[in-house]
Design a protein around this ligand. Structure first.
Ligand SMILES: CC(C)(COP(=O)(O)OP(=O)(O)OC[C@H]1O[C@@H](n2cnc3c(N)ncnc32)[C@H](O)[C@@H]1OP(=O)(O)O)[C@@H](O)C(=O)NCCC(=O)NCCS
Length: 127
């Protein structure tokens, strides 16, 4: 087991509030159906949505790629029974992760009144 890299991101919750108000397609463009179900369960709380968005960007950095060769909907961040974020990859990103020998992507999310932050770590197999 080895660490490929780590990543971090910070998101202004106000920007998410504006996007929710002004762009009908915002959620569908960036989040999977299961993530949108999660947001619904949480009353579409902007800090939860901001946290998931920050987590996706943090993950993109922990791969060393940024958002390249895949899109944000290829990253899905759900929660386990205790509330811990769980990362799944889909489509192009699933293939990229196979090529990189990724075992697991870990992410941690936090939010205050104005900002949400996330950090991520990508774990790969030993060579
Ligand atoms: C990498 C990326 C996720 C950064 O997100 P952002 O919201 O723009 O900026 P942030 O402030 O969160 O992060 C910037 C930091 O990301 C880090 N970063 C940049 N590229 C990175 C990469 N490939 N892997 C890991 N970290 C990276 C750098 O440390 C940068 O800080 P610096 O400019 O002081 O060195 C984003 O720019 C991206 O996906 N870029 C690739 C695709 C692209 O170029 N799109 C532009 C339109 S085509």
């Amino acid at each position: 087991m080895n660490i490929l890299d780590i990543g971090i991101d910070i998101v202004e919750i106000g920007r998410i509030k504006n996007a929710l108000k002004n762009n009908d397609n915002f959620l569908k463009k960036l989040f999977t159906e299961k993530e949108i179900e999660l947001f619904k369960e949480k009353g579409y709380a902007p800090e939860i949505i901001a946290g998931n968005f920050a987590a996706k960007e943090a993950i993109s950095k922990s791969l060393g790629l940024g958002i390249r060769g895949y899109d944000l909907k290829n990253i899905e961040i759900l929660r386990d029974k205790l509330g811990k974020p769980i990362v799944k990859t889909h489509n192009n990103l699933e293939k990229i992760c196979e090529n990189y020998n990724v075992l697991e992507i870990k992410v941690s999310i936090s939010h205050g009144k104005d900002y949400a932050v996330a950090n991520a770590m990508t774990i790969i197999k030993d060579k």
